[in-house]
Design a protein around this ligand. Structure first.
Ligand code: SF4
Length: 124
């Protein structure tokens, strides 16, 4: 989210530009309904030097917030299309988004080559 949906506790220099208030208008109408817009600060982005166990716990907590968010699908697709390099968006971590994008690229390449694909079509 344009974190603004969720506000990061990271230092300003490390906050992804896509999540700054100036970019809110580019996020689309879904942004106003983001559950994380006002709450959950600090859940969605890793502080520097976060231990692995703490990161996994924080990410699971963020995903629980996303699970009750009415704009999860829109948020996730936004993060994939941008692509957003950091944080939890639409219930996916950055690593999970990289996997989705990799699968989409392979599916697109297979389709271009006329090969069958099992990839789920892009949303929106
Ligand atoms: S899906 Fe998660 S990250 Fe996206 S707007 Fe909703 S709560 Fe925020």
């Amino acid at each position: 989210m344009l974190h603004t949906p969720h506000q990061s506790l990271q230092a300003a220099a490390t906050i992804p530009v896509q999540r700054t208030p100036e970019r809110d208008d580019q996020a689309g109408p879904w942004h106003a309904d983001a559950v994380c817009r006002r709450d959950e600060a600090g859940l969605f982005f890793a502080p520097s030097k976060e231990p692995t166990a703490a990161r996994l716990s924080r990410e699971q907590a963020a995903k629980r917030v996303c699970a009750r968010c009415p704009v999860l699908v829109e948020c996730r697709e936004h993060a994939l299309v941008m692509p957003e390099p950091y944080g939890v968006w639409g219930g996916l971590t950055a690593a999970e988004r990289r996997v989705v994008l990799s699968r989409r690229r392979r599916a697109a390449q297979a389709a271009a080559a006329g090969q069958p694909t099992t990839e789920v079509p892009r949303i929106a």
